[in-house]
Ligand binder design. Structure first.
Ligand code: AMP
Length: 127
């Protein structure tokens, strides 16, 4: 599978400092910032700094260091937001990929949504 990364996507521009963001956490290989159109009281996007399009692209080709850093960053964000289901009210984590996943920005990101009941996992799309 050959993935094509478009370095003009908006998250690439955020990583290059060309447009602003509201950073929640920055690590060696990852950046977490608030979604510009929050759909819940807490809506944070977590992205790797490397040029990965989707989660499967990242999982199949990123280095171990990047994968560990990204996974730990997601865990740390849940701690920072106080949403862990262990001692908070929980959250929904989503990563959209490609056409059927209705991915708008072609740079891997997970959405962490929390602060209200997020509802059922999938709304059936109109056919
Ligand atoms: P997706 O449909 O999974 O690709 O979601 C892309 C997300 O990026 C949407 O929730 C947008 O609101 C969000 N987004 C787009 N531009 C920005 C930006 N400049 N800063 C923060 N979030 C953004």
């Amino acid at each position: 599978m050959a993935y094509t990364y478009d370095d003009q996507n908006i998250f690439a521009k955020i990583l290059r400092g060309e447009i602003p963001n509201t950073t929640v956490l920055e690590t060696d290989h990852s950046l977490a910032f608030r979604d510009i159109q929050a759909q819940a009281p807490e809506h944070v996007l977590v992205i790797p700094k490397g040029p990965y399009v989707t989660y499967d692209h990242f999982a199949n080709t990123a280095s171990d260091a990047e994968i560990v850093d990204y996974t730990r960053a997601i865990g740390k964000i849940c701690d920072m937001l106080g949403v862990s289901a262990d001692d908070g009210a929980g959250y929904r984590m989503i990563s959209n990929a490609g056409e059927h996943g209705v991915q708008e920005v072609p740079h891997l990101h997970v959405h962490i949504l929390a602060g209200r009941n997020i509802g059922r996992m999938i709304a059936r799309a109109a056919d």
